[in-house]
Design a protein around this ligand. Sequence first.
Ligand SMILES: Cc1ncc(COP(=O)(O)O)c(C=O)c1O
Length: 463
Amino acid sequence: MCCERLRKSWHMPLSRRDFIARATVALAAGATAAACGRNGDSEADLDAASDSTPLPRPAFLRNADDWNEVRDQFALSEDYIHMSALYVASHPKAVRDAIENYRKELDSNPVAYLNQQNRRRVNAALSAAADYLGVDEPNDIALTDSTTMGLGLVYSGLRLSKGDEVLSTTRDYYATHEALRLASMHKQISVRQVPLYENIHDVSEESLTDSLVKSIRPSTRALALTWVHSGTGLKLPLRRISDAVKKINAGRGEKKQILICVDGVHGFGVEDATMSDLGCDFFMAGCHKWLFGPRGTGLIWGSPRGWENMLATVPSFYDDGTRNAWMTGTDVNGRTDGRRMSPGGFKPFEHQWAITEAFALHREIGKARIASRTHELARQLKEGLKGMKHITLRTPLADTLSAGIVCFDVNKMNPFAAVNRLRKRHVIATVTPYAVRYVRLAPSIRNSPAEVEAVLREVHALR
Ligand SMILES: Cc1ncc(COP(=O)(O)O)c(C=O)c1O
């Protein structure tokens, strides 16, 4: 449609269906401004408005080996030691700049910029996520707003029948338990929580795997797990668990296979692992914690087998199949995938697009280096805490059973009082949001060994 016709049609009354169809085409396929210059009147002309030039791969750091330079990427207040990477991200410069650039362009011409950029920016974000997750198929990834949104979509979308069971543990976060409670009300499936251990300091990869696997019943169709528990810092041996489940699945028919669904947020951006290392079917994470991605962003990765067993809940704006079927009045074909699972509606696009820069920065620093730095700082912290008489450490020491979260009790001190005292001493800690409360510190690549030492001195003084 050329400019003249577009201008005229602007004033013509449209049926609701026409209006929605045009708006949807404009968003998803790319339209208006650039198409105006092409004198075409087909959808292909509108499509051509979308900028298809490859996006540059910028470098953000002069020396990616320099942890001081990495720390300088964050605009965090220097008045505090921020041991709170598990909570919500402070945007690093690469992400701040990207958001700011996209925001300016969107504010100056939202429709034209969106039409021109959305398709390629979303594709770039999905490719960057696929690269990080070590998977070949970007379309197996859905873009969400958060871990919580991913958990809600996955547990309510699993194709389960009345009587099927989802097995979770007593240690998962509220978002998993509540998503499962809601799913059980929608679908009349049953949900069971099992305790994984009695004393966290007695656990091993083997004991955790055994206690989970022995709880599986013939009706169990999905495991709802959390990679790194935010109430204790315990990391589950997902690979061992998935290997054990694989053996059980080998003796089951196709319709009775057990799917492993994981809240992965506190390993995501920390551990040097790919999806095939973990062996799960669904992996949900927010990008706005340890990855230091844009606030309000997250993802779901699903295995092909997982997607076969999934239905989307929210209409997608990134799935050409469902949109075209709606427009042509035909059946929706094909199974659910990441695009179909991505909740539609207009987004804070500048945040969603800037996921790419968060992954690019992470890649530049190095996934393995980030994992080893985070573990080193957490180990330093745990070893220091363990030597203090008034402290009870609640997180395992072993790297295989922990990541970046460190939880502890201060003898005879309420955890809120301890966190408040620390905050007065300019240390940002949090209290675990669980029935049993602990003090929680989360060192990350934004911190240094000297900061860990300073925090240990402040914890030592908590008496
Ligand atoms: C284990 C766990 N999952 C999910 C969440 C929520 O993450 P999001 O903000 O990405 O929904 C939290 C805490 O914020 C958490 O500790």
